[in-house]
Design a protein around this ligand. Sequence first.
Ligand SMILES: *[C@@H]1O[C@H](CO)[C@@H](O)[C@H](O)[C@H]1NC(C)=O
Ligand SMILES: *[C@@H]1O[C@H](CO)[C@@H](O)[C@H](O)[C@H]1NC(C)=O
Ligand SMILES: *[C@@H]1O[C@H](CO)[C@@H](O)[C@H](O)[C@H]1NC(C)=O
Ligand SMILES: *[C@@H]1O[C@H](CO)[C@@H](O)[C@H](O)[C@H]1NC(C)=O
Ligand SMILES: *[C@@H]1O[C@H](CO)[C@@H](O)[C@H](O)[C@H]1NC(C)=O
Ligand SMILES: CC(=O)N[C@H]1CO[C@H](CO)[C@@H](O)[C@@H]1O
Length: 342
Amino acid sequence: MKGLVIFYFLIYIIAYCKLQSSGDEFNLSYEQYEDILQAKIWGKQLLASKDRFTRTQDVMKFDPNAISFYVYTNQDSAASQIYFNETAELTAITSFNVDFPSVYIIQGWKTHSDAYIDLELTKGILKKGQYNVFCVDWDQYAYQLYLESVLSVPNVGKTVGQFIKNISLLYNYSNDNVIVMGHSLGAHIAGFAGKENNGSLKAIVGMDPAGPLFFKDKPEDRLNKDDAQYVEVIHTNAIFLGIDYSAGDVDFWPNGGYGQPGCNVDVFGACCHKRSYYYQIESLYDNQFYARKCDSLENYIAGKCANNTGALMGGIDFDNSITGDFYLETNSEEPFGLGDIF
Ligand SMILES: *[C@@H]1O[C@H](CO)[C@@H](O)[C@H](O)[C@H]1NC(C)=O
Ligand SMILES: *[C@@H]1O[C@H](CO)[C@@H](O)[C@H](O)[C@H]1NC(C)=O
Ligand SMILES: *[C@@H]1O[C@H](CO)[C@@H](O)[C@H](O)[C@H]1NC(C)=O
Ligand SMILES: *[C@@H]1O[C@H](CO)[C@@H](O)[C@H](O)[C@H]1NC(C)=O
Ligand SMILES: *[C@@H]1O[C@H](CO)[C@@H](O)[C@H](O)[C@H]1NC(C)=O
Ligand SMILES: CC(=O)N[C@H]1CO[C@H](CO)[C@@H](O)[C@@H]1O
């Protein structure tokens, strides 16, 4: 254990120096890395023994009315904010339209609901057609130590799920119309929102679901393929910040899913972790992310999977018959998609 701590300490120092000299606008702060690392080292023990729901209540009082949603449509590009307890006012307060499908966007840890990921996904989705886009504001729980944010994930997800459920009841609005896209911790929140609706949501897109403290053998505590009719996962940093196992009906592993080209000095994976939503955003415009069902990047590159099923990563139209692990390569900068190379 001592060796591990020293090892991580050295990694901080290296990362700190790199961050100081980096011009990357999407860097996490040193303190944020420290939180993640502390959590990674100690949190496993802490979480092993007790049910996470109970623990969340212990660690912080949870108030569902602290969760709100910014609603965008093509009829109202300036968002209107609605709180969890205001579903009865939905059509009065916002431009929500029962005839449009809905997409919920859930950003990750220490990210606001008006961050790049929210605004750019919203823009891309509304370019695709008529949708209600709900950007989830969970700031009160997202801006905590990483471990505390992790512990709030089930309750935040449950709250989003109840909001969705209430809309379906109040407006006779089928969950077949509901897609949830989440990044990092937001991907697991999406999972809990899905569990709250018994897997009836149309689809969940998990963009590099957070890795630290989310364990493969605990599908009830994380995003998994039963959380919606169709769950798609995009892995971009499976070595540090993202989960390193398949969790969806379909799992895409661009460039192998661990590191991403163009993220060279990315000691802690922040650049790679965020690539998942850069790919998702780009896929909404001109989807050039051609992938093949395969068992490894190595075999994919060697052409050993050349006769396997092909699929497009990302987008907003889902083909539920596409299942399993898919591999692809990308460019190191935009446009990331390589096009139809098959
Ligand atoms: C919703 O909750 C907030 C915060 O608790 C409260 O101020 C507001 O009055 C509530 N609105 C309704 C419609 O109950
Ligand atoms: C959810 O809907 C039910 C009625 O269907 C209502 O009683 C309840 O207050 C609603 N909850 C919220 C948080 O809006
Ligand atoms: C609810 O919507 C379904 C179609 O999605 C329709 O068949 C049904 O009649 C509606 N129910 C009510 C009470 O409006
Ligand atoms: C999910 O299942 C539970 C238990 O069967 C039920 O109480 C709940 O109403 C269901 N929720 C939805 C959204 O179908
Ligand atoms: C793919 O199919 C072609 C034609 O049937 C065959 O020649 C080739 O060996 C196959 N490639 C692989 C990797 O199975
Ligand atoms: C978004 C963000 O925090 N960017 C920072 C990344 O690191 C550089 C160099 O340390 C800062 O100048 C940025 O503000």
